[in-house]
Design a protein around this ligand. Sequence first.
Ligand SMILES: [Zn+2]
Length: 464
Amino acid sequence: MFSLSWKLQAVKFYIKITSMKKWVLLFWVLCFLTSKVSAFELILPKSKKVDTTSGYAFFLGKASNSEGILINNIRVYTAPNGAFAHSVKLNDGENRIIVRSSYNTQIYRVYKKPAPHKEEVAVCEFETPKSGVITKDNIPVFSTPSFSDKKRLAHLFKDTKVTVIASKGDFYKLFLSKDEFGWVPKAGLEFYCSPQKEPPVFLNMNNTRYKNASVHTISFTENLPYAIEERENEIIFKVYNPQLSDTSVYTMNIPKPDKYTYQVSLKNGTYTFKVSELPKRIEECTIVIDAGHGGDEKGAVGALGDEEKDINLKIALELQAILKQKGANVVMTRECDGNISLDDRISIARSSNANIFISIHLNSIGNAPMNIRKNRGTSIYYYNDNAKDLAEILENSITKSAKTRKDRVRKGNYGVIRPADYAGVLVEAAYMTNPLDSMLYSSPDFAYNTAKGIADGILEFIAE
Ligand SMILES: [Zn+2]
């Protein structure tokens, strides 16, 4: 009897042990599975084998809070939402970069190619000046033969007659007057050799003052090149007649209102230059809101996989609601996730007679050294002087409302804010690539708070 009960106890104990083993096994399987789920994921670089000419490789990803991220043995900060970012300086040739956590290791091979050798092209001076004609509207005249040149003297209209004296690389050099030259892209100009007619001549000049605008016209027998120069208290509109003589510059000095926009048009040799004062009441203002990117163009991508185009649109729609409620006439360049070109965005603004143009974006740091405490916050770009005050006001109002850091206000050479037909700014609300900013822009209030900051800034600018 005793021995039977002992045997029974032993069997029960065995069963208990084996079922415990099952539980232990199950525990390890669960641990393994959860470790797979919580292991870090990298958004950037997009591939484990990358060829680049850049000096840095940028790593952007998401980790769980318990796994420490090490990139080439350097501990990388992970924000409470799991976002992390880091840039690694590259050596020439192959760089082996190891991203490691307590759960996972991934190896990246980034090959730094030598930068393409740029051969310095010499200026080729023409023996005699050639006559040329501008073949498209909006052809930029740069102060140097470079597309990255921020100084543009003007944007010439189609059928403008020009005098070309040299070429360099992709550019022709225009003779404007004795001391003034400009460079236009070769793609926007054609030479012509029709028999020499009489040189173009000046016909007349006219100024008309209206309540909130002034219109200035200047006429010649042909379309001639022009330039605009802004001084502290005046705008100088110049037309050159290079075929006549060295000193044939016609200028109109126009008083500059406190807050202004201007438009230029050219028809049959007559320039019309209109300088308008900005409305002082929001109800009289037309504001174009431009949600950056859209459709196939995602913009920047964040550590959590968010796409810039979506956040831009959310902010834009919130801003639309606030400004409409304040009584402004609001025009959107897009109201859904669709493709829209930069030219179309400008056309929408011009055709709706926009007074103010707000392009909404989020920033990113590409292949550059990344400092998460520094490369963060709100930056505002303006191109023309007429939007500088607005940019400065917005930097204060947005950072106050959205709780972002002040990054910078500066001149930015972006196509959508180049026309002076409106006071145009490009807002970079926060950095998609900054883990600390990702805590802000992924919060549910961010779009409204940013929009509120923009609206407050616009109201302050108008009332100023
Ligand atoms: Zn953008």
